[in-house]
Design a protein around this ligand. Structure first.
Ligand code: 5GP
Ligand code: ZN
Length: 116
């Protein structure tokens, strides 16, 4: 369920410090250590899922929780009205550097599209 070598498993377990905005039995949200926008929050499941490639129908409720927390954090951080981005990077070409599923919530500035 949790991997002792995984950075975000350890962060979820409280072994690594983070600026946490939300914690419940399934989901943790915390500020990215290297923010790319005025608001840059990461949302992760507590249990180890390597990436969105490992998601299926049985993770439907977990995804609902993750997106529900994202909406709540977006409101609380003041970016809901003007819009923001939720993105998950997958694998090498996707730019994934931590192999534990996470959604980036980016807001507080106009974001360009398409991404680089
Ligand atoms: P990825 O590149 O996998 O899409 O995103 C990983 C994110 O995790 C990066 O934006 C990086 O700044 C962030 N990150 C890496 N290590 C830590 C850490 O120890 N604490 C926090 N809060 N964020 C981290
Ligand atoms: Zn993990």
């Amino acid at each position: 369920m949790s991997d002792a070598n995984c950075l975000f498993c350890r962060l979820a377990a409280g072994e690594i410090a983070a600026d946490r905005l939300h914690e419940d039995d399934e989901v943790v949200a915390f500020r990215d250590i290297n923010p790319q926008a005025p608001v840059h929050v990461l949302l992760i499941p507590r249990r180890h899922v390597a990436s969105a490639l490992d998601l299926g129908e049985s993770e439907g409720s977990l995804l609902g929780r993750l997106f529900g927390v994202a909406a709540e954090v977006a409101h609380r951080e003041g970016v809901a009205a003007n819009g923001f981005r939720l993105v998950t990077n997958i694998g090498q070409n996707g730019g994934q550097s931590v192999n534990h599923l996470h959604f980036h919530l980016l807001g507080g500035r106009r974001l360009s599209w398409p991404p680089g």
